[in-house]
Design a protein around this ligand. Structure first.
Ligand code: TRP
Length: 449
């Protein structure tokens, strides 16, 4: 039988903190600091934020637990993990296609992620030298109007990602995340305090937390759900791949709670840091993907040690992006190398190259291709975001929930979940079986039919 095939097994990550650091590194990234504020901004604020939080709790958390359960049970890359657990549960190995769709989604996401992360790298230097003579808005226009500039930084970021993944993620990333992520957290809190003193804090709080449901459409629902999947890094096997390295004595449920809480906290804090500045400087909250760059640079231009704090902020943001991008590459690389198709290093190079080529389209969508529309009125980058965040990730997540809720053998699940509060367990089961898949189906139905 197919399942008998010997696969190279993954070593476990030693150390109590390794999994949680890697998983938090995967979750916290551009999605929180670049994506969340700009999407809250274009979707009118409070109502979007509330729906987003609802999606994290009702859909994201149960699916996160499910992904890790599958990953750790199998100890393989997502494609083989899905197949293996399916066969062990006496159902069809076709479930492996959930893993394949994840590899595909990962490449698409990485392609535009790297372009945006490249802009972060570029801003390390821009914020160090910016005198404020050029407005932050004009500065951003300059950055994105040059295809060569965007492509250069895109190339730098993609190369860094491939280098770390080819070295094997357990060595490179742990240490980096342990020191630099808390630093990013502290700097974000500093920015919140700065924004409280110098920005329009009241207006920002009203915007973010007073929901106005009158403008909520099916599109708002879909975007908030997509953002929840993206920010937690769910639906494509990132965290399933990491789960394969998780030691058996750690609790999947409490680790998931920690990761989801930290991720949500960072997104909210980013919103509280950015919007007071947006309103105080009369910038547009709905200005789109440039939001974090324009607002933060405006603040650094005004701030006393801005030319020092600015680069520090963008360095830490780039590191957060790097610890996320490697998890986008990992499912594909883990698959190719565990099957023995290609060595790890080659796999990382090849998949990163494919994503790099695709990323060119996203880089050009800011300038010479800005009028080119791929999916209805979306440019190339928006189309990539749409296909992944709003279609592939929720779909992948829905199948994962259906698999764990309805097909995976119960004894395999309880083996992984371990001793757990009965009520909590029943609650999780209920969400995985019904609430998560039905919510995704409902939101899809409202939007697409
Ligand atoms: N969660 C990361 C962020 O917010 C990006 C990311 C990492 C991701 N792995 C993922 C998104 C898997 C979707 C799926 O920046």
């Amino acid at each position: 039988m197919e399942i008998q095939k010997q696969l190279k097994s993954h070593g476990a990550w030693v150390g109590k903190w390794t999994f949680i650091l890697a998983a938090t590194g995967s979750a916290v990234g551009l999605g929180n600091i670049w994506g969340f504020p700009y999407k809250a901004g274009t979707n009118g604020g409070g109502a979007f934020v509330l729906i987003y939080l609802g999606c994290i709790l009702a859909i994201g958390l149960p699916i996160m637990v499910s992904e890790i359960v599958i990953g750790r049970r199998a100890g393989n890359s997502p494609v083989n993990a899905m197949r293996r657990v399916a066969v062990d549960s006496n159902t069809t190995p076709l479930w492996r296609f959930v893993g394949w769709s994840g590899i595909f989604a990962g490449v698409l996401i990485l392609s535009f992620y790297s372009v945006i992360a490249g802009i972060c790298l570029n801003y390390i230097f821009i914020s160090a030298t910016s005198s404020g003579a050029l407005s932050a808005t004009d500065q951003f226009s300059n950055v994105i109007s040059s295809p060569l500039n965007l492509l250069f930084w895109h190339t730098v970021f993609m190369t860094l990602t491939a280098l770390i993944v080819s070295a094997g993620i357990k060595d490179g990333i742990g240490r980096m995340v342990k020191i630099l992520m808390p630093l990013l957290g502290m700097l974000m809190i500093f920015m919140v305090i700065y924004a409280m003193i110098n920005g329009d804090f009241n207006k920002a709080m009203t915007f973010l937390f007073a929901p106005d449901f009158s403008n909520v459409t099916s599109d708002t629902l879909l975007q908030a759900m997509g953002q929840a999947f993206f920010s937690l890094g769910l639906g494509m096997g990132s965290i399933m791949a990491y789960g394969a390295y998780m030691p058996k004595d750690q609790s999947i449920v409490s680790n998931s709670f920690t990761v989801a809480s930290l991720d949500t906290l960072v997104a909210i804090v980013a919103g509280i840091a950015i919007f007071p500045i947006i309103f105080a400087f009369s910038l547009e909250p709905n200005s789109g993907p440039g939001l974090v760059f324009v607002s933060m640079l405006s603040a650094f231009n005004q701030m006393q040690y801005g030319q020092f704090v600015g680069p520090l902020f963008f360095i830490l943001l780039s590191v957060a992006a790097l610890s996320s991008s490697i998890s986008l590459l990992e499912p594909g690389v883990a698959y190719l190398s565990e099957e023995g198709i290609l060595p790890r290093k080659r796999s990382a190079e090849i998949i990163a190259f494919v994503a790099w080529v695709l990323g060119i389209g996203s880089a050009l969508s800011f300038n010479i291709w800005s009028d080119f529309h791929l999916i209805s009125d979306r440019n190339f980058l928006d189309s990539m975001e749409f296909i992944t965040n709003q279609v592939l990730l929720p779909l992948g997540g829905m199948f994962i929930a259906i698999f764990v809720g309805w097909f995976m053998k119960k004894s395999l699940i309880t083996d992984e979940i371990g001793a757990m509060n009965k009520v909590l367990y029943m609650l999780w089961r209920f969400f995985v079986k019904f609430i998560a898949p039905l919510s995704v189906a409902y939101i899809f139905y409202r939007q697409f039919f």
